[in-house]
Design a protein around this ligand. Structure first.
Ligand code: KG4
Ligand code: ZN
Length: 367
């Protein structure tokens, strides 16, 4: 592997087909994301079978677009990285199988990447996006993964796999955003829709519970909060009876409760770990209120809150190329028996044999 390898990343764990080319650790040569919002919007959520069918339809053109944007041909690359899990198996299989075939045809080494490891590494890539540059973040740090499928805190060390400090006992924060958006009759996907509406609402209008705030430890819980929104909605006579302003107030108050609980947990984690840097990653890390409040908490408590640029918070292939590049540079390889996994705890890599040289930083562990 050259010192600054050219790595193609492919991500298809859910409803985005993405491909990207990275040079070395963090130089983004291309970043292509094909979103399926129009495919799933009529159903108010991701329909797995439709997701994989659309992935099959676009995978070649997305990869070709990523190579063209980078000004490269397949033979110029040094390696390929694909998301191996966790995610929807039908979706994962499309990107994974395409990546294997592509690498085989080009005679390139390839690795399977854990999706959550990819999200964490996105904070290490930083730069290249608008606004919040992560700079040259490197372990050790605390990582908060807050996405549609996961909400968990990790200790990311220079050696060994990330250790779980706490995780959600039920819904993920992004899932709560999506479910509450549905309750409020908002368009899919719910997170961006809620945060847009919340800008016009009063976050103090309804004092929703701050989940788990009275409990010790670092776990999260969001299903009770979703129920609280539903009860409040029913008390006001249902969605049809709501004035526009009321809907915005509910959205703002819900968003404030989620953000407060996330920030509260992180402050506790930073104290407990005596840490001074937290990377906040995953789709919900694109939330403006969360970015603002987490930074303010950091200024108050003396820690730095690092967010990837917006376009690297939601699913993308730059993060997969970056995690893959770190693995390939350490000599980690997978072979054609590499499979897709729907559920994988961060810290396990079932697609890689025990004893592989993968026990360093998050880049190689699986969730
Ligand atoms: O990381 P991601 O793209 O996919 C998963 O791996 O799950 O995260 C998607 C989640 C969705 O639940 C979406 O509603 C949420 O991230 N999300 C947001 C925002 N943008 C995306 N939640 C709150 N505010 C946002 N601005
Ligand atoms: Zn994700």
């Amino acid at each position: 592997m050259p010192e600054s390898p050219l790595v193609l990343g492919i991500e298809s764990s859910c409803d985005e087909m993405a491909a990207a080319v990275l040079r070395g650790d963090r130089e983004i040569l291309s970043n292509v994301v094909h979103s399926q919002t129009v495919v799933h919007a009529p159903y108010g959520g991701v329909v797995p079978e439709l997701a994989s069918r659309d992935h099959v339809r676009v995978v070649s053109e997305v990869v070709e677009a990523a190579l063209a944007e980078a000004g490269l041909a397949g033979r110029d690359l040094d390696g390929v990285a694909m998301t191996a899990g966790p995610g929807l198996v039908g979706s994962l299989l499309v990107g994974l199988s395409f990546g294997k075939a592509f690498a085989y045809a080009q005679g390139l080494p390839f690795v399977g990447v854990h999706h959550l490891v990819g999200h964490l590494v996105a904070a290490e890539v930083g730069g290249g996006g608008a606004g919040d540059e992560a700079g040259n973040l490197a372990p050790p740090y605390v990582g908060l993964v807050v996405s549609g499928g996961h909400t968990a805190l990790y200790r990311v060390s220079t050696q060994g796999r990330p250790a779980v400090l706490g995780e959600t006992r039920d819904d993920a924060a992004g899932e709560a955003f999506d479910k509450v958006a549905k309750l409020l009759g908002l368009a899919f996907p719910g997170g961006p829709a809620i945060s847009k509406l919340a800008e016009q609402g009063d976050p103090r209008a309804v004092d929703f519970p701050r989940p788990m705030s009275k409990r010790p430890g670092l776990d999260f819980s969001y299903s009770g909060l979703k129920t609280a929104v539903s009860v409040e909605l029913a008390r006001r006579g249902g969605l049809e009876a709501l004035a526009d302003g009321e809907c915005a107030d509910l959205a703002a108050s819900f968003e404030a409760a989620v953000v407060d609980s996330l920030v509260g947990r992180c402050r506790r984690a930073m104290k407990q770990e005596d840490a001074n840097r937290i990377a906040v990653v995953g789709g919900v890390a694109a939330n403006a209120r969360l970015r603002r409040e987490m930074r303010a908490a950091g200024e108050n408590d003396g820690f730095q809150a690092i967010f990837p640029p917006m376009n690297l918070c939601t699913d993308n292939a730059v993060m997969i190329a970056a995690a893959g590049s770190r693995l390939l540079s350490r000599g980690v390889r997978d072979d054609l028996s590499l499979e897709a996994f729907s559920r994988v705890p961060l810290g396990a890599t079932p697609w890689r044999d025990q004893g592989a040289p993968d026990s360093q930083t998050p880049s190689d562990s699986g969730s």
